[in-house]
Write a protein that binds this ligand. Structure first.
Ligand code: GLU
Length: 407
């Protein structure tokens, strides 16, 4: 039988057709395939691509989920989370971030990514502007696009942090069309951490111009040297009123697949956003919520052990990268990424960060994410959430690869 061809695209929304594929997830797919082929030859890809802890979820957390399942805690819950988890989040915010919230201020969803998407849906009318400081995590801009808003990129300074002069000029230009600014400290992809003075300056600008702050703090526990994590909402009531603090258990407790993220914000925002959760997700996975209760309330030693390990890796990789002729790399103060400038190698067949990353993958079997995906083509992102042995091997391969390129 001859099937009549259907032009599927005619039926799909402009929104979805315009949406870009996630570069981190796309790379994973490619790397999985290549890795499978290499295994047969006794080789493998060094995975510096997707940012996900190489550690296992701690046993106490896994046990809490097993117990929840055995106790048949497997049904629907309140759409924005069980009260035990909201209480654990309230306690965590008070203990770690000196933030005073009640249960009515908490929204739990399916990971940091989904709660951010819910925020975009709650705030954006078509053509509203969201300020997205470069370099940014890959999904921020696309989530804005999916909600039919405009992601407006803010330039960065020498420290890879918001260029305040540019921020002010964008505010002047776009004024009331701007709804929110995304703040991400520690930053994915740069590892930059905002200090008190920098945060105060930006928060003050937001207060004066009625711009909400979406403060993505998912890497807060991975901070190195003398750096300190400061929650924007802790800067005083004026700032707290306009801040949505976003966090998740994914990175802190090596729980990426469990999908539990949360928001703390003004009660009126949370109550409106609850409708989104009711109508779209029902609730975050029930046993995963119980696991998250244990993660937040239980022993925190595993977090510090991971932090120490990440710091060792950061030091090693930073030194190795800066030892390579042609690479410039600033010292990240947090998260588990480095963001080296490799643009001096853009010659011949390597014209940009996509070419650099593809050739590195195809010729040296090392996966990194092109900087263009984060808003700056000079860089590539390296995730060091992998073992020290793999990091050493990966750095040897990168060094050799760079040596083979002309500059
Ligand atoms: N946030 C991680 C990353 O940047 C996980 C992948 C993703 O969600 O994009 O690699």
């Amino acid at each position: 039988m001859n099937e009549k061809p259907v032009d599927i695209k005619k039926y799909l929304s402009d929104r979805v057709l315009k949406l870009e594929e996630s570069p981190t997830f796309a790379l994973e797919k490619k790397v999985d395939m290549l890795d499978g082929q290499l295994k047969a030859k006794g080789d493998y890809v060094v995975r510096f691509g997707i940012g996900q802890p190489d550690f296992n979820t701690p046993d106490n957390i896994k046990d809490a989920a097993k117990t929840a399942i055995d106790q048949n805690k497997t049904k629907y819950t309140a759409s924005t989370g069980i009260k035990e988890l909201k209480q654990a989040i309230v306690d965590k915010l008070a203990r770690d971030n000196k933030l005073d919230y009640g249960l009515e201020n908490i929204f739990v969803g399916n990971g940091g990514k989904q709660v951010l998407d819910a925020i975009m849906r709650a705030f954006i009318n078509p053509q509203d502007v969201i300020l997205v400081p470069r370099p940014y995590w890959v999904s921020y801009t696309q989530q804005v696009v999916l909600s039919e808003g405009i992601p407006l990129e803010v330039d960065f300074n020498d420290l890879l942090k918001i260029e305040v002069v540019h921020l002010k000029s964008l505010i002047k230009q776009y004024e009331s069309r701007i709804k929110c600014l995304i703040l991400n400290s520690p930053s994915n992809p740069t590892g930059a951490v905002y200090n008190l003075k920098e945060l105060k300056e930006i928060a003050q600008i937001c207060v004066e111009n009625n711009i909400f702050i979406i403060s993505d703090e998912v890497y807060e526990k991975f901070i190195f040297g003398n750096a300190e994590h400061i929650s924007a909402a802790g800067l005083g009531d004026e700032v707290k009123n306009i801040t949505l603090t976003v966090n998740a258990v994914s990175k802190t407790y090596a729980m990426t697949g469990w999908r539990i993220g949360y928001i703390a914000a003004h009660q009126d925002i949370i109550s409106q956003m609850t409708k989104i959760q009711d109508q779209s997700a029902s609730n975050p996975c029930t046993p995963a919520q119980w696991a998250a209760v244990e993660a937040l309330n239980g022993d925190q030693e595993s977090v510090e052990a991971m932090r120490r390990e990440y710091e060792k890796r950061r030091d090693y990789i930073y030194n190795r990268l800066n030892g390579i002729d042609g690479i410039k790399c600033s010292l990240p103060e947090g998260a588990f990424y480095v963001f080296p400038d490799v643009s001096s190698f853009y010659k011949g067949s390597v014209k940009n960060s996509f070419d650099f990353s593809s050739e590195l993958l195809e010729k040296a079997y090392v996966a990194v994410v092109p900087g263009a995906a984060f808003g700056d083509d000079r860089f590539v992102r390296i995730s060091y959430a992998t073992t020290m042995d793999k990091i050493k091997e990966g750095m040897d391969r990168i060094e050799k690869f760079c040596g083979s390129l002309s500059r």
